[in-house]
Design a protein around this ligand. Structure first.
Ligand SMILES: [Zn+2]
Length: 151
């Protein structure tokens, strides 16, 4: 935005259609406050006024580098820990929610669904994390996830 008033005969920067550069031009014609025709000081060609700023902006599109998407801490908090340690911690955090009355005694010929509580003779109470075909399930026990046989 130019605050100073321009008038015919003034020298302004404009984009020259012949030189293809932003050069000093002399104002030839104005309509009210707007410069409409200019004479190039370099090639002396007279052409319509092209604002230099517009030409520059079209060449360099606005970069939104500041709005770079932040990786929302994709790395798990316990990434450097031993996986078994992580599983133990998971069990410890879940165990208060375990309803021991609902735990099914583990039976290698039993059917277990995910999130089912299992009571194992050796490993104690555990939570079925996943059922994997064929006939295997991952159960989270106090000592970590064990792979158990099931139907
Ligand atoms: Zn020119």
């Amino acid at each position: 935005m130019t605050t100073k008033k321009l008038s015919a005969g003034d020298i302004i920067e404009a984009r020259c259609t012949k030189c293809r550069e932003v050069l000093n031009h002399r104002i030839v014609a104005m309509v009210e406050e707007k410069v409409v025709r200019v004479e190039c000081n370099t090639c002396l060609g007279v052409h319509n006024y092209h604002a230099p700023a517009i030409a520059k902006e079209s060449k360099t599109p606005k970069k939104t580098s500041t709005a770079k998407p932040r990786s929302t801490s994709a790395v798990p908090r316990a990434s450097r820990k031993d996986p078994v340690e992580v599983e133990r911690e998971e069990w410890a955090s879940l165990s208060p929610t375990f309803d021991h009355d609902k735990a099914l005694p583990y039976d290698m010929n039993g059917r277990f669904n995910v999130k089912r509580l299992v009571l194992h003779q050796t490993f104690g109470i555990g939570l079925v994390k996943a059922v994997i075909v064929p006939n295997k399930m991952q159960v989270l026990f106090k000592d970590g996830i064990k792979l158990l046989r099931c139907l």
